[in-house]
Design a protein around this ligand. Structure first.
Ligand SMILES: [Zn+2]
Length: 241
């Protein structure tokens, strides 16, 4: 039975000027994703679609990275460079209102913003922190294995994109202890899901559609053919020359 989810749905309408802004909740009690069933512990990020709580993977937002509030210049620049952006809020029991925690933006947008803010030592520190995370040895092995299996399934997927998909899968893997065991995430189905998500975000106008306020299911339908085309092409075996 899913945890009752009563603390979030009202929030999106509270703020006067949200427009098409996507709101993500940092939850203060346990919940579960209604699509994949993942248990979401306190502090997890969750999107509410209709009345249904969704984990960020099912909400197609898990390619975004979290930028905590506090650095105005960085936040402004990262927002500017990110096609898709979500605002993270958390309910304060003491003050009985939702409070902004930060934003979710594309990693490339954050990196670009950080470069622009190089004068800011804190931003440099964050960039170093993320680089170090990427260099972790077990991560390196994981990424290598994931990229290898991916290459077997999608021989025509270009190497840099293989790397990007594997990097992302690894971040998810590292961040979700107990959810996706390594063996599970090397499963062909899991790899295909990761590739599809990558294609949707990187090879179609899906993120623009979401950013423009289009319903997620409608947006998915609209890009389906474009995704299939890339998937088919990448699956084709490389000719022996
Ligand atoms: Zn889910």
């Amino acid at each position: 039975m899913m945890a009752k989810f009563s603390n979030a749905p009202a929030a999106a309408g509270h703020s006067s000027n949200t427009g098409n802004e996507i709101v993500v909740f940092s939850i203060i009690r346990e919940s579960a994703c209604t699509e994949c069933g993942a248990e979401l512990c306190k502090g997890s990020l969750l999107r509410v679609e209709g009345e249904r709580p969704l984990c960020l993977t099912c909400a197609d937002l898990d390619h975004l990275v979290f930028l905590p509030r506090g650095d105005t210049a960085l936040t402004r620049r990262a927002s500017k460079h990110s096609t898709l952006r979500a605002v993270v809020v958390r309910f304060s029991r003491a003050r009985k209102r939702y409070e902004r925690q930060g934003i979710l933006v594309e990693e490339a947008a954050l990196e670009r913003a950080e470069q622009e803010c190089l004068a800011d030592a804190a931003a440099r520190e964050r960039a170093r922190g993320r680089a170090a995370q990427h260099r972790d040895e077990s991560d390196t092995l994981y990424i290598k294995e994931f990229a290898k299996r991916l290459g077997e399934l999608f021989p025509r997927c270009p190497a840099p994109e293989r790397q990007a998909i594997a990097d992302h899968a690894c971040q998810k893997h590292s961040g979700r202890v107990g959810r996706s065991a390594a063996a599970q995430s090397f499963d062909p189905k899991a790899i295909e899901l990761a590739v599809r998500a990558h294609v949707r975000h990187g090879h179609t106008n899906y993120d623009q559609l979401l950013a423009g306020g289009m319903d997620r299911m409608e947006a998915r339908t609209s890009v389906r053919d474009a995704v299939e085309e890339v998937i088919l092409r990448w699956r084709t075996a490389v000719d022996c020359a």
